[in-house]
Design a protein around this ligand. Structure first.
Ligand SMILES: NC(=O)c1ccc[n+]([C@@H]2O[C@H](COP(=O)([O-])OP(=O)(O)OC[C@H]3O[C@@H](n4cnc5c(N)ncnc54)[C@H](OP(=O)(O)O)[C@@H]3O)[C@@H](O)[C@H]2O)c1
Ligand SMILES: [Zn+2]
Ligand SMILES: [Zn+2]
Length: 362
């Protein structure tokens, strides 16, 4: 086994309040020895996704065991298994939310390993298909995974700015592609955060006209800089009324409970509301779908095909996330600020400080 260091959530540290200032602490844990088709990756940068926050604040308490979050990272290959053909030591790679799948089912064969019928192995909190161990995420210095689930980091993309593409980016990309968005399309992005700001950049680069739906009017300048043609304030009913029926696609990245009706009303004929944030369970009035044959959908990150396409598109259009890079020792500050909406637009942890063996454990 290989010993590595990371930032882990330890349930006994957080008996009642997972959002405390010491929610995650530094610890060592084991990665597996390399299998035939495995890569060892030194993680350089890992994004802080709102899903990590949901886990720290809720789901991990049920898991009852220590877990290292993090599922969008870039790094450098340090070792390869004997059957690896696509990567060599020194290559820069990017890894997202999946590290394995069955490879046989209809979903896997369609390049949608994220919906593997046997359950995809997620980057943290998943169960390894070979030894049954719990997967530990990217808030750590090393990861070991099958080469099939690593992607070459395109030349020219900044390694810190590219890390969030691997969850936030592809989570916006797949519904954009599924809805056939291109020149002339009208897209709205609800929630200008980690996902949302990439949704704006990707939509604009696809040729669509993009509008941000935000509860924060102060983000209007940023929205324009990112490529949006306008920002509608979601708390202003008049503004929403004026945009009724306008959009082909609304990408909803709002991370908390909210009404879907106001967003559905913004769709035109055959328009789609893609809810990728986590308001579940949500109530839907089917009349909101009847008028205009509107569609309501959701999706979970992306498969290997979509991820590779998204990376190629981002390389072609020089798209990376707007990031605030912090030493990984500031991970708890990053999570707390993310909870308050105080990030423009993605925190990325620089894991290099984990090499400092004398650093304090908290
Ligand atoms: N389906 C998937 O595969 C997938 C993948 C990754 C993440 N997610 C989920 O997507 C959601 C967004 O993730 P993220 O990392 O982009 O989060 P984020 O960076 O916190 O951005 C969310 C944005 O939504 C708005 N917002 C926040 N709280 C809100 C509330 N209570 N009501 C209305 N608007 C609110 C804010 O934008 P404004 O200030 O502009 O309003 C905020 O910047 C999370 O629930 C996350 O777990 C899903
Ligand atoms: Zn994520
Ligand atoms: Zn499968």
């Amino acid at each position: 086994m290989r010993t590595t260091t990371g930032w882990e959530y330890v349930p006994s540290d957080n008996p009642t309040n997972g959002n405390s200032s010491t929610a995650l602490r530094r610890g060592t844990f084991q990665r597996r020895d390399l299998r035939e088709d495995d890569l060892a990756v030194r993680i350089d940068y890992c994004g802080v996704c709102h899903s990590d926050l949901h886990m720290v604040n809720g789901m991990l308490k049920q898991l009852g065991t220590a877990l290292v979050p993090g599922h969008e990272f870039t790094g450098t290959v340090t070792e390869v298994g004997p059957a690896v053909t696509g990567f060599a030591v020194g290559d820069q790679v990017a890894v997202g939310t999946l590290v394995d799948s069955c490879g046989q089912c209809t979903m896997c064969r369609a390049g949608q390993e994220n919906y593997c019928a046997q359950g995809p192995v997620v980057t943290y909190g998943g169960t390894d298909r070979v030894d049954g161990s719990l997967t530990q995420g990217g808030y750590s210095r090393e990861y070991v995974l099958r080469e099939k689930f690593a992607y070459r980091l395109p030349a020219g993309l900044d390694a810190a700015g590219a890390a969030p593409l691997m969850c936030a980016g592809v989570t916006m990309w797949e519904p954009l592609r599924a809805a056939g968005i291109g020149p002339g399309s009208q897209v709205a992005v609800a929630g200008l955060g980690g996902l949302g700001h990439l949704g704006v950049k990707l939509s604009a680069a696809l040729g669509a006209q993009v509008t941000v739906l935000s509860r924060t009017p102060a983000k209007a300048d940023d929205a324009a800089r990112l490529g949006a043609t306008g920002l509608l304030v979601t708390t202003d009913e008049e503004q929403l009324k004026g945009a009724r029926g306008r959009f082909d696609l609304v990408l909803d990245s709002i991370p908390g409970p909210h009404e879907l009706s106001p967003l559905l009303h913004l769709l035109g004929l055959d328009g789609t509301l893609a809810v990728v944030g986590y308001p579940r369970p949500a109530q839907v009035n089917l009349f909101d779908l009847v008028a205009g044959r509107r569609k309501l959908t959701s999706s979970g990150t992306g498969g290997r095909t979509g991820t590779a396409d998204m990376l190629a598109f981002c390389a072609e259009h020089a798209i990376t996330a707007e990031v605030q890079v912090l030493p990984s020792a500031r991970v708890n500050e990053a999570l707390q600020r993310l909870a308050k909406g105080d990030v423009r637009y993605r925190f990325v942890l620089d894991l290099a400080d984990l090499d400092d063996l004398d650093a304090p454990a908290h």
